[in-house]
Design a protein around this ligand. Sequence first.
Ligand code: CP
Ligand code: NVA
Length: 307
Amino acid sequence: KVALKDFLHIDDFSKDTILKMLDRAIEVKALLKSGDRSFRPFEGKTMAMIFTKPSMRTRVSFETGFTLLGGHATYLGPDDIQMGKREETRDIARVLCRYNDIIMARVFAHQDILDLAKYSTVPVINGLTDYNHPCQIMADALTMIEHIGRFEGTKVVYVGDGNNIVHSWLLMASVVPFHFVCACPKGFEPDAKTVEKARKAGISKIEITNDPKEAVKGADVVYSDVWASMGQKEEAEYRRQVFKGFQVNQELMEMAGSKAFFMHCLPAERGVEVTEEVIEAPNSIVFPQAENRMHAQNAIMLHVLGK
Ligand code: CP
Ligand code: NVA
């Protein structure tokens, strides 16, 4: 694959590049964890961070990671630039790239991140759209390498809504071989074109099912996310009815088997998609997973800046 300016979708990159980024994440994480603050590749660099949706992890991990490696990041919240309302996306891109070395954005419509990338002369990093969340899945793969010893060849069973997280898992499966299963209620399957793309790539085993109990058997990871994503919160009550049976609880984790870790991109709604017992259990790795957002993204930023 050709060298790319942006980080928008995992399958824009080759397996080799993805694995190299994960190796780099491990290397720079070790350095930062040792207390060493001498590695400052982003010295004199600036990053604009556009958020049209709420965030804790993405905002803080990007800002902190970029700062720790010598750079300066500016947070632009939903009320600051009012993308598409106060100003057109293409104008925002063309202005921000004149002040900054990177634009990171979390938006609703996926087209908005594509437009930012099209009109920006500097790298654009996708911090979540309605369609995907590639930085999250990079952090998840990193966490699996640390806890399982490998990512390739594992079995990841996602239980819940076929949403942006699932699309990034599917795009990862188009590049790196593993077994991905999405267990979701009927009518809440992931985007058919993305499933097709992942299957056609012929790299990974892909299963989409409506039976979570059967799906989780032998899983290395049981993965959960909210049933109503940002922008769908008015559907939350309705979804709670439809998604009954897709809660990750002790019974489901027992069906998965003793080697299964629990993962969740967070924020989590305890008692809804996951029980308190499961998220607080010793095999829940949700906090190392959250921590790894910063380390995975540091490697992504190093990659797009050619460092
Ligand atoms: N997982 C994740 O992206 O968290 P935030 O929404 O808090 O950024
Ligand atoms: N699917 C969730 C992920 C949050 C990190 C959402 O889009 O709200």
